[in-house]
Design a protein around this ligand. Structure first.
Ligand code: SF4
Ligand code: SF4
Length: 311
């Protein structure tokens, strides 16, 4: 299954006492010189949930893989800590990261670095929330996916309310499968109004206008997800101000184009504006950076964690 089907657009750091910089809300079309956004995905591929639409359901990583994942994450966060320019990070693990202590520590550590504008992670948020008390909540954010069938509704809603009560910046979303519609409606009604609930179109699922209207009533931005974006030859910020990095430091422009652009750690990556080589882009973590979508304006200040600009 793809990231779209799963609802994901599929170290300990040197101590700093610094305050995080506020995330700038840029005027329409304005660039942000020197700022690099990184989508990081290490070896981790295990999850504590068992979603029927996901290949990582209940998969286990052996001890060696977990060690490699931890070491890779620590190397990555140390690299980020050493930058002299603004950086934002979205962790996009195949599996669930926050049940692992090293992801929680990475989030906390990065959140306190003055040049880190945002650190976010895609998560089912099955973990306990206590660790968030150690983070700088001006920088940390969560991309939470609700998986009906894996967690009792009341329990998930209580977690969301807890996050809101703690002042955590987060979005919540669901895969737009027909069997999720009632859950999504109920969640939308029960969540605080200021919490954005996104809906990812289900992979290979064409929506009639009536069905799309049902989902749009829950997520006013559903039209961006409903059908893949024709991206071939279009300007996309990936490979320039946005990159994808794996556990070895291999740099690609995004998670969906396999061409290697260099390595983060040996200095062989050089950012450059590049048109999209793929025919279509159908995941939010990709097409949000596709310039013709205009989504940098829609999500200004919350691009990585998928939180629209407050109107
Ligand atoms: S919660 Fe786990 S099993 Fe469910 S979609 Fe996400 S990674 Fe897959
Ligand atoms: S449009 Fe999508 S697939 Fe194309 S380069 Fe950008 S993120 Fe990658």
């Amino acid at each position: 299954m793809t990231e779209r089907a799963t609802g994901r657009d599929l170290p300990l750091l040197p101590g700093t006492g610094g305050r995080a910089l506020p995330v700038p809300v840029l005027p329409a079309g304005e660039r942000d010189p020197g700022h690099l956004s990184i989508l990081y995905r290490g070896p981790l591929a295990s999850c504590d949930y068992d979603c029927p639409y996901c290949p990582f359901a209940k998969r286990r990583d052996d001890t060696g893989r977990l060690r490699r994942d931890r070491a890779a994450l620590e190397r990555f966060t140390a690299w980020v800590a050493g930058r002299d320019h603004p950086v934002s990070v979205l962790f996009t693990p195949w599996g669930e990261g926050l049940v692992r202590s090293w992801y929680r520590r990475a989030m906390i550590g990065l959140s306190h670095l003055p040049h880190v504008r945002r650190v976010a992670i895609q998560t089912n948020f099955s973990c306990r929330p206590d660790w968030l008390a150690e983070a700088d909540l001006g920088t940390l954010a969560l991309w939470v996916t609700y998986h009906p069938g894996q967690v009792a509704y009341g329990r998930f809603l209580a977690k969301c309310r807890d996050l809101a009560g703690r002042g955590v910046r987060f979005s919540v979303g669901v895969v737009g499968l027909p069997e999720h519609l009632d859950h999504a409606r109920r969640l939308r009604a029960d969540l605080p109004a200021e919490v954005y609930l996104w809906v990812n179109a289900a992979e290979g699922h064409p929506y009639t206008d009536a069905e799309a209207a049902d989902w749009t009533a829950i997520d006013r931005l559903f039209r961006y997800s409903r059908t893949p974006h024709r991206s071939a030859g279009q300007p996309c910020r990936t490979g320039d101000s946005v990159i994808s990095v794996d556990g070895e430091g291999t740099v690609r422009r995004c998670h969906f184009v396999p061409e290697v652009l260099g390595n983060l750690y040996d200095g062989t990556f050089r950012p450059a504006a590049r048109a999209c080589p793929a025919a279509l882009c159908d995941c939010h973590i990709g097409y949000v950076h596709l310039e013709p979508t205009g989504l940098y304006d829609v999500f200004a200040g919350g691009i990585l964690e998928r939180i629209p600009r407050a109107d």
